[in-house]
Design a binder for this molecule. Sequence first.
Ligand code: OGA
Ligand code: MN
Length: 296
Amino acid sequence: MSVSITPIDPARHSDFVGLVSGIDLRQPVSAEDVAVIEAGMDRFAVLVFRNQPIDDDQQVAFGRLFGPLEQATGDLAQGADRRLRMELNDISNLDRDGKLRARDDRTRLFGLGNLLWHSDSSFKAIPAKYSMLSARILPARDGNTEFADMRAAYDVLPEEERASLHDLVCEHTQIYSRGVLGFTEFTDEERIRFAPVRQRLIRRHPVTGRLSLFLSSHAGAIEGMPVPEARALLRDLNEHATQAAFVYTHRWQPHDLVIWDNRTTMHRARRYDPTEIRDLRRTTLEGDGPTVAQTH
Ligand code: OGA
Ligand code: MN
């Protein structure tokens, strides 16, 4: 069996979102397969693996083949409140006992921030490389995840606009993105943990050399620009970058694993019935450096 990757929707996107076949993630994955997947990520930015009924150990082991994993310090639930180990972000509406969280549960409401377009861990000084999301339990309907191609969105910007954006640096924090939904109560500890970080607005992919827009719901300010002007610009760019032509909608099937490159894509969850269980678990690969250190 050898791994192969083809465009999932060739009529709409020839180089965005690949469907991976010929691999069983419960079995050892060879270095050759890892290299094919990495090359596939560089081309497609999002890869879909169907029918991979992996457990947490297998998910963590697969993730480590691609580099060091992030710790889930961006989750609201920490310590004894956590359901999952620190190598797994808990993308679910369950509490540590596996029970559905109440409508007004603080961790659930914080997690609704995933409904806004974002790039994972853009609120960390070194933002994430890949995210790997495994679907364990799904609601009967809804709860899709959408992905937007930030390379394609950058490529069609007029040259003068690209030049005006090229050296801008944004401030990203989960305090801002949660505030957009009206979630504003944070403890002193959380305000320290979620302190703003600086990220370039235009970043270069280290392997392909392609430039892309580095947008995220966490970005609420641009250095050297009045706040209302910065937010208006960011809104315009987000509207541009998430138009239908750049978006793929993933309709989850049980045991899907979807991998995306946070350096070149944004994603968002879509709403679903909060009385149904939705349990997805995410491993996240550490990025290789701060975007503000990029030379170009
Ligand atoms: C994530 C995320 C979206 C979803 O796992 O990082 O944003 O649809 N998930 O759950
Ligand atoms: Mn996310």
